[in-house]
Ligand binder design. Structure first.
Ligand SMILES: O=C(O)[C@H](CS(=O)(=O)O)OP(=O)(O)O
Ligand SMILES: [Mg+2]
Length: 235
């Protein structure tokens, strides 16, 4: 089986993908499902999100790390964890993560959302689904590779290598080398450009939350892409 890490979304995926945006979209998505959201709908734009306002719908996301005017919530996993979403659809749109997930969903057979929070569960689920390739797709930071997502990809690779044999691409070797050199996740997350930007906005507690490894067994899983709607549910 091939194990591939793309440091940025690439475009074409044939088998199983784990999309990573540890700061913060895939962490926050996991928390929404932990708190019983029926489903997550990843929209293509802020305008599309605002057009989906309805009863039993929560509109969440950010620009520049902060909640958008007219949205119910931002992109904070701590804020998401303060609510209960049973019977609700959460519509998310963020700068990097929801875009990467939409790119992967256009071609892959299976798409999972991974973060440090659900790393072990996401790796195990991907191993169970994949036939020939697991691709870990880092969302990155505004079109550039990011330390936080690359480190998280390294943690996922470590778990996967403990579950079986893989041939690795260069991206997987880079991610593993980073993970093996830097044990503590706080360091790469807080020194990444996304992490420094969150800290400067007073959102440092989110970084600490996102750095906790394998506390959740929830893996957001692509349910459908019908009519251009990219929907994730709990698995
Ligand atoms: O909300 C976040 O943490 C980031 C914001 S930014 O791109 O770093 O300004 O968005 P995400 O899509 O979760 O990377
Ligand atoms: Mg990010």
């Amino acid at each position: 089986m091939r194990l591939r890490v793309d440091l940025l979304p690439h475009g074409e995926y044939s088998d199983t993908v784990i999309v990573v945006d540890v700061l913060r979209a895939t962490t926050t998505a996991t928390v929404f499902l932990e708190h019983h959201a029926d489903r997550l709908l990843f929209s293509g734009s802020i305008e599309e999100s605002l057009g989906m306002k309805a009863e039993n719908t929560i509109i969440a996301g950010e620009r520049g790390g902060l909640a958008v005017a007219g949205f119910d919530l931002g992109n904070s996993p701590i804020e998401a964890g303060a609510g209960s979403y049973a019977g609700k659809t959460v519509v998310m749109n963020t700068t990097n993560g929801t875009y990467a997930a939409r790119v992967a969903s256009a071609s892959a057979k299976h798409v999972l959302l991974g973060a440090l929070r659900n790393a072990h569960a996401a790796a195990r689920k991907a191993k169970g689904l994949a036939v020939e390739e697991i691709a870990i797709v880092c969302s990155g930071e505004r079109g550039r590779a990011s330390l936080d997502d690359t480190y998280t990809a390294g943690v996922l690779c470590e778990y996967l290598l403990a579950m079986g044999e893989f041939t690795l691409n260069d991206g997987a070797r880079i991610a593993l080398t980073l993970r093996r050199q830097v044990g503590d996740p706080i360091e790469p997350l807080s020194s990444s450009s996304g992490g420094m930007s969150l800290e400067s906005k007073g959102l440092g507690e989110d970084i600490r939350f996102c750095a906790r490894i394998s506390e959740s067994t929830i893996v957001p899983t692509l349910q459908s892409t019908q009519d251009g709607q990219v929907i994730f549910v709990s698995s």
